[in-house]
Design a protein around this ligand. Sequence first.
Ligand code: NAD
Ligand code: TYD
Length: 361
Amino acid sequence: MRSFRNVLVTGGAGFIGGNFVHYLFRRAGGFTGRVIVLDALTYAGNASSLADVERDFPDRYAFVRADICDADAVRRVFAEYDIDAVVHFAAESHVDRSILGPEAFVRTNVMGTFNLLEAARSAWGFGSGKPREGTLFHHVSTDEVYGSLGPTGYFTEDTPYDPRSPYSASKASSDHLAFAYHHTYGLPVTLSNCSNNYGPYHFPEKLIPLMILNILEGKPLPVYGDGKNVRDWLYVEDHCDAIWRILTAGSVGRKYNVGGENEVENIRIVNTLIDVVSAKAGLDPEKVRSTISYVADRPGHDRRYAIDCSRIKKELGWSQSVSFDEGIDRTVEWYLRNMDWVAGIKSGEYTKWIERNYDNR
Ligand code: NAD
Ligand code: TYD
């Protein structure tokens, strides 16, 4: 088992990064190191998601507000905190935004990842001098790099890349850069391609939190196209557990698919959420169902994603531990108990952006 003293978590104020920081402190067996979160706090970043960690682990946690595209700032963090592992989440992550404004995706996901890889290579001496031992750069990626499936078949680690949105194309580029740094300079890199996550701290522009909040607020429930696109949903803590296993025991230079083995059509998700939220909030589910609104499809909308995650199961003993029913229940509960977190987000940049771009919501 590898162990690390100073783990740099980029994008730690976002959805999965925030859950991963909580996982490191509360659930990762044997982790005694320090966590340094580097996050630009874009519209999707919320430092208050980590307030409890800051309070409970003041000696083992530091937050640096910086842009991964700022090469000097990133270099300074490596030097100041003596970083020996990177878990790289920071990204522009929403497909709809990538269609409306792709430039930010190329900037952060491609150039930002490049900057981080350069900073790691230089700080750890790969490609010049004597490389430092005991270091690792884990790059967090998505199943969307593999493109879109028909009604059958699965993405394996050998499926050729075929990204179809500016988001997935920028993530595919970053995956290639990460492995190029491994092959060319010997930088110790691991990579994971995960399916759709859901759970606490999920920014309410993505399907599941958007629907939960729109149901509670009595707003229309926008379903793109025919509602029959399929995603493979995984509870976020199971993704964190997969990353932890790769970090501590994954083979360097290897990629791992991570998925829920839980394919669900969008319209079924919406109907499930209507039932669960209505039961907990005392709403009439049929009245809520009448607010489903089929809207214009997303341009280039990928039809189906499905992950074959047998490699990580076999090699690292990982498996999903939270069923979809249990995960949805926990997620809805979390939103109901954390409406102040939601209110904070809704009063900020997010609301303004949504008003500018999605007048119909
Ligand atoms: P998110 O949008 O919730 O969070 C992204 C975080 O990155 C935010 O805190 C934001 O402030 C920060 N960030 C953005 N640009 C930055 C920059 N230039 N410099 C520094 N910080 C910056 O995203 P997420 O859903 O938590 O996704 C995290 C990672 O996981 C991404 O790389 C994404 O591609 C990948 N992923 C996501 C999913 C999913 O279902 N959400 C599935 C598989 C993989
Ligand atoms: P999303 O949560 O944006 O994740 P991704 O596009 O990365 O898979 O969307 C999940 C699915 O839900 C996708 O097929 C698009 C669809 N969708 C809707 O039908 N309505 C919505 O309002 C949103 C945000 C998504």
